[in-house]
Design a protein around this ligand. Structure first.
Ligand SMILES: Cc1cc2nc3c(=O)[nH]c(=O)nc-3n(C[C@H](O)[C@H](O)[C@H](O)COP(=O)(O)OP(=O)(O)OC[C@H]3O[C@@H](n4cnc5c(N)ncnc54)[C@H](O)[C@@H]3O)c2cc1C
Ligand SMILES: *[C@@H]1O[C@H](CO)[C@@H](O)[C@H](O)[C@H]1NC(C)=O
Ligand SMILES: *[C@@H]1O[C@H](CO)[C@@H](O)[C@H](O)[C@H]1NC(C)=O
Ligand SMILES: CC(=O)N[C@H]1CO[C@H](CO)[C@@H](O)[C@@H]1O
Length: 490
């Protein structure tokens, strides 16, 4: 098990308070043993190879923590039995899909049970009704591969190894400009509720729960299947190009709005070991074109070192290309704020982040990553057409930009000071954005840190709606009190 002893020392007071309180400790209930009685082969203790495998499945070393056991169910009925037992015994537990959230305590815990959904590999394509049914244990490259076979694609994350937890928070995807966020393209969720009941949540069945899950994260149950819309795709133009703020601004206010076949992810990185800025900007065009479309042309008119532009009709290779250079096991912190796209502020943010990154270059394995990603009024309109979500973005009249900031350190010992400085940096930027009237309250769940108030950022009406749904489906507050991560502010 990696670095467990140092981790205990480094989990700060703030982090501990974000983890649920150990309800049953006084009663000495052995929650792993309760599960092992029923599922002797599916409860994995420290020392077993499966325990190590599940520990290594977390992207950030700060998130793997030290549960007493990993429970590795194969089918929904087993999740249902287990959740019923964990709830009734007041056991702390966590739910982990792909393990790529960087928020400590979101998908594991210390001394409790972590349900690892690794074995839920269903990916059934229904090309007639244009649905793919996806088990939560899939990584996105597996889902891309399943639909590539039919020349279809779902509104998924862009990186090969990222997991389906993305489908509970928001979901930035290649298809955002024409189809909206990932959460808005889910037609049904199969959910295990706190009392072990299994329900299908869709527009026709438990629509309130269905809507609450579109942004509500792990607050309502364990999702054991997602039915996702899939779309026909012709050949794409895709590849990767350098990062330029002016072009990024142009993308937000022009290409993303006026040419919905585009998708661009402008990424700016700083490598501490080389002191070099690096940029890698995946882009694609969702329409067959003999030549590069005008909306992408500016990105090849600037100087670039290497590009991989090609025509293709499959997306799996792009998901791997994007993921190149990302691996599990470093200490990671991600933070995010949302602003209205602004050319001058875009430059300023990049300059300030570069200065910040330079000041941490001495730390082993240091890497800093920054992205600016649009949410356009059309995307919000799509959400409304598809039944709505709980993010509270309705009414925006100009493109928003999700500003992502991530820092990486090789050693967990370096992370405390780095993460604190990173927080200060992002909070300072938030203050500047607010002063200039550029701040939007939204905090995207998937790029948030544990102490960013994500659900509060959805606005009071959505918070009230989520409270009502949580009270209806989980009256004892199991997912509020026993499961960590971003909680509803009760
Ligand atoms: C390299 C990298 C690339 C990324 N790229 C993108 C991107 O292109 N677009 C984007 O939008 N985001 C992206 N993200 C962010 C990503 O959306 C989040 O990290 C997301 O939480 C990943 O889901 P996961 O299943 O891998 O994580 P996990 O840590 O396993 O899960 C995240 C959270 O969801 C909960 N959860 C997961 N599955 C279930 C379930 N079935 N039932 C109940 N609760 C559940 C967990 O309890 C946890 O709180 C990226 C992150 C990384 C590290
Ligand atoms: C960005 O655009 C602005 C306004 O058009 C221009 O003044 C500036 O020189 C551009 N910067 C770069 C680096 O191209
Ligand atoms: C389980 O919880 C749901 C939602 O609160 C409720 O409708 C259902 O009746 C409960 N089932 C049992 C067996 O208690
Ligand atoms: C899309 C999305 O946000 N997915 C995940 C993002 O992170 C949260 C917080 O842990 C998860 O619960 C979401 O499932």
């Amino acid at each position: 098990m990696r670095q467990t002893s140092s981790l205990f020392a480094l989990v700060s007071a703030a982090v501990v308070s974000a983890l649920p309180a150990p309800h049953n400790e006084a009663r000495q209930v052995d929650c792993c043993a309760i599960l092992a009685d029923v599922f002797p082969d599916k409860v994995n203790y420290p020392g077993s190879s499966r325990f190590s495998q599940e520990t290594d499945a977390f992207w950030s070393s700060t998130c793997s923590l030290a549960p007493n056991c990993f429970f590795t169910p194969d089918v929904t009925a087993e999740v249902a039995t287990a959740v019923g037992l964990l709830s009734s015994n007041e056991c702390r537990f966590s739910v982990r899909a792909g393990g790529h959230h960087s928020s400590v305590g979101a998908a594991s815990n210390i001394g409790g049970v972590t349900i690892a959904l690794t074995n839920f590999k269903q990916r059934d394509v229904d090309p007639v009704n244009n649905i793919v049914s996806v088990g939560p244990g899939n990584r996105f490259h597996e889902v891309y591969a399943a639909t590539d076979a039919y020349h279809k694609v779902a509104v998924l994350g862009r990186y090969a190894q990222v997991g389906t937890g993305l489908l509970l928070g928001a979901g930035l995807s290649y298809l955002n400009n024409p189809e909206g966020l990932s959460i808005d393209n889910i037609v049904a969720h199969e959910v295990v509720l706190a009392n072990g009941t299994v329900v299908i949540a869709s527009a026709d069945s438990h629509p309130d729960l269905h809507k609450a899950l579109k942004g509500g994260g792990n607050n309502f149950g364990v999702v054991t299947r997602y039915d996702l819309k899939i779309f026909d795709v012709p050949e794409y133009v895709l590849g990767a190009m350098p990062y330029y703020d002016n072009l990024t601004y142009h993308y937000h206010v022009d290409a993303a709005v006026n040419d919905k076949f585009t998708h661009i992810l402008p990424q700016w990185g700083f490598n501490g070991a080389t002191g070099q800025r690096e940029s890698f900007t995946p882009f694609l065009y969702l329409k067959q074109q003999p030549t590069l479309p005008p909306s992408l042309q500016p990105w090849v008119d600037v100087p670039w070192v290497h590009n991989t532009i090609r025509q293709t009709s499959v997306l799996t290779p792009l998901a791997f290309e994007n993921h190149d250079g990302y691996f599990n096991g470093d200490a990671q912190q991600q933070r995010t704020i949302t602003i209205f796209a602004d050319r001058e502020f875009f430059h300023e943010v990049s300059d300030r982040f570069h200065q910040f990154a330079q000041s941490w270059a001495h730390i082993e394995g240091f890497y800093a990553l920054h992205c600016k990603m649009p949410i356009t009024p059309f995307m919000v309109q799509k959400s409304i057409e598809n039944g709505g979500n709980v993010l509270g973005l309705e009414g925006i009249e100009e493109p928003l930009s999700i500003l992502y900031f991530g820092v990486t350190a090789r050693n967990i010992e370096d992370s405390e000071a780095l993460f604190a400085a990173h927080e200060e940096f992002v909070e300072n930027l938030r203050g500047i954005a607010q002063e200039r009237g550029l701040l939007h309250r939204y905090i995207m769940w998937n790029y948030s840190a544990f102490n960013q108030a994500v659900i509060d950022s959805y606005g009071p009406d959505n918070v009230q709606f989520l409270k009502d749904v949580a009270e209806a489906y989980d009256p004892n507050g199991v997912f509020q009190n026993l499961v960590g991560g971003q909680k509803i502010p009760f």
